[in-house]
Design a protein around this ligand. Structure first.
Ligand SMILES: NC(=O)c1ccc[n+]([C@@H]2O[C@H](COP(=O)([O-])OP(=O)(O)OC[C@H]3O[C@@H](n4cnc5c(N)ncnc54)[C@H](O)[C@@H]3O)[C@@H](O)[C@H]2O)c1
Length: 307
């Protein structure tokens, strides 16, 4: 597994950049907002938690009053197309461009949808709206967000090669088995699928890089259900700032595209490198050769999408 080191220097590249981020009112998102602003970026962040978002905006502004950047919060519900779009609009109207887009908003699993004691022929008749809504937040909104980001970046004035990028926050539950996280894990695997579909496409068609971040246990309210046991067992725990560093490393480092950065115990590792390198082991050498020939035939996938 290849380490993805964090370099404080790379943050300098964010100076003057326009960053759009969802889910910035607390946890990892809030840490990313603060760090990007400190680096001199113009940060536009949204969250449905209005009061917390305003508090983060005020405290970031006060803490880094010397920053040449700026920070703006607006209420966004990522399930609403127009609401996410309005965040991009605000950034674009203020600066005439968007350079970095980070999709970070998410919610955890709601209990009760899969447990045998709650699931029978009576209960299954009622459509589980909350389950659908969580999938909307954790997956559909990320797909919409990526499409919006590309439209606004395309409309922006030309930038240096591959300086523009999208960072999609997935999870270790998007790569591995995640007991009890039925809908969350479905969505987070979907985010990795989206990143993999985009990574050959957006650099060549838009000049925009894309990477995914896959945190393991991170000390935010999302971990509340298992945090005590985790600490008791002395398992590795990220601080939100560790994940923020990896988000901004991917955002600013022009050499990074198509990575899934597993963040564990405060450090980042690219899991795609091992996945690609060992393909012949898990797929078999013969099939790998055939498969790669098939991938060449598919190219950038225009055969699927051309009318
Ligand atoms: N904490 C962990 O252990 C962990 C592990 C793996 C992945 N992650 C991922 O990291 C990211 C950040 O999570 P966190 O741990 O900081 O959690 P968090 O709950 O502190 O932050 C998530 C933010 O998303 C916002 N949000 C949720 N639904 C929204 C909606 N519909 N519209 C707008 N905003 C909405 C919340 O209000 C919150 O501010 C998430 O994508 C999460 O899945 C976290």
């Amino acid at each position: 597994m290849a380490a993805v080191p964090f370099s404080q220097q790379v943050l300098g590249k964010l100076k003057g950049k326009v960053v759009v981020l969802t889910g910035g009112a607390q946890g990892v998102g809030a840490a990313t907002v603060g760090m990007a602003h400190r680096a001199g970026a113009h940060v536009f962040f949204g969250d449905w938690a209005d009061d917390k978002g305003k508090q983060v905006e005020a405290s970031v502004r006060a803490e880094h009053s010397g920053s040449s950047g700026s920070v703006h919060f607006q209420k966004v519900d990522v399930r609403q197309y127009a609401s996410q779009l309005a965040l991009f609009d605000t950034a674009y109207k203020a600066h005439g461009r968007v350079d970095v887009a980070v999709s970070c908003a998410a919610v955890t699993e709601a209990p009760g949808f899969f447990e045998p004691e709650n699931l029978d022929l009576e209960a299954v008749r009622e459509e589980p709206q909350d389950l659908r809504s969580r999938l909307d937040i954790n997956l559909t909104s990320v797909l919409m967000f990526s499409r919006m980001a590309l439209a606004y970046m395309k409309a922006s004035p030309p930038a240096e090669d591959f300086s523009r990028s999208m960072v999609l926050v997935s999870s270790i539950a998007g790569i591995t088995e995640a007991p009890g996280l039925f809908a969350y894990s479905t969505a987070k695997h979907g985010v990795i699928g989206l990143m993999r579909a985009l990574r050959p496409y957006t650099p060549s068609r838009y000049g925009v890089r894309v990477n995914a971040i896959c945190p393991w246990a991170t000390d935010t309210q999302l971990l509340a259900g298992v945090k005590d046991r985790w600490i008791q067992e002395k398992l590795p725990l990220n601080q939100p700032e560790n994940v923020a560093e990896m988000i901004l490393q991917c955002a600013a480092d022009e050499t990074l595209n198509g990575k899934s950065v597993f963040v564990a115990g405060g450090k980042g590792y690219d899991t795609e490198e091992g996945y690609d390198r060992t393909q012949a082991q898990w797929m078999g050498e013969e099939l790998t050769a055939e498969f790669n020939r098939g991938q060449k035939v598919l190219g950038l996938g225009d055969g699927w999408t051309s009318k």
